[in-house]
Unconditional design. Structure first.
Ligand code: MLT
Length: 207
């Protein structure tokens, strides 16, 4: 019994465009990352979702038990739900599900990471700002056949994320076959223009 998610969809002028799947941080909504996505140019469809889990009124994409302690059963359920929803939407709105580029910040980056674990061949690329490893234990047989490029940026002064854990997560993504590009930004947990500019440059260099 999956519930539909609240979303904004804006099609690019050119048919067959890739779609930026926008996933906000805790307490955000589907409007948050639209201005950021526009900086990537006009070539992408934009699909922005609102997390359907509420933490004291703050939208999130899955439940947590504490800061950085995830309810992994809920994360699995919500990841299936989100993927299901996006697949149905691809048919309804007419975008190509094989050209999906996830772009997530914080909690949004974490459900995007869960998509990379549970659906390793779904995404064309992923941009993860301030991510954490979504599951404590990653599957032994975790492998992508698609070798999708993954951009990851962490904050050097981020006191919610241990840089060692970011490194371990990045290494695990690499071992699973993703083409990881990792950046450390001289900031905290908040998103900076440097994250945005660096990820735009990275994406433009790929396609
Ligand atoms: C999470 O719960 O996904 C992380 O703690 C990041 C956050 O949302 O603050």
């Amino acid at each position: 019994n999956y519930t539909p998610l609240t979303y904004i969809y804006k099609a690019a002028a050119t048919p067959g465009a890739s779609t930026l799947l926008l996933l906000h941080g805790t307490g955000g909504d589907e409007t948050d990352l639209i201005p950021l996505a526009k900086q990537f140019g006009e070539a992408f469809n934009i699909l922005s979702l609102r997390g359907n889990v509420s933490e004291h009124g703050m939208p999130r994409f899955f439940k947590r038990l504490g800061m950085g302690i995830f309810d992994e059963a809920d994360l699995r359920f919500r990841t299936d739900e989100l993927v299901n929803f996006v697949k149905e939407l691809a048919i309804k709105e007419g975008f190509d599900i094989d050209k999906l580029i996830a772009l997530g910040y914080s909690n949004g980056a974490n459900i995007a990471g869960s998509m990379l674990v549970m659906y390793p061949n779904l995404l064309k690329a992923a941009i993860l700002y301030r991510p954490m490893q979504p599951f404590k234990q990653l599957p032994d047989d975790w492998k992508t056949d698609r070798q999708a490029p993954v951009f990851l940026s962490n904050g050097k002064m981020d006191n919610t994320i241990n840089p060692l854990h970011t490194q371990q997560y990045s290494d695990a993504l690499q071992r699973a076959g993703f083409a990881v590009t990792a950046h450390e930004i001289a900031t905290g947990h908040q998103l900076t223009q440097e994250d945005v500019a660096t990820s735009i440059k990275w994406l433009n260099s790929l396609y």
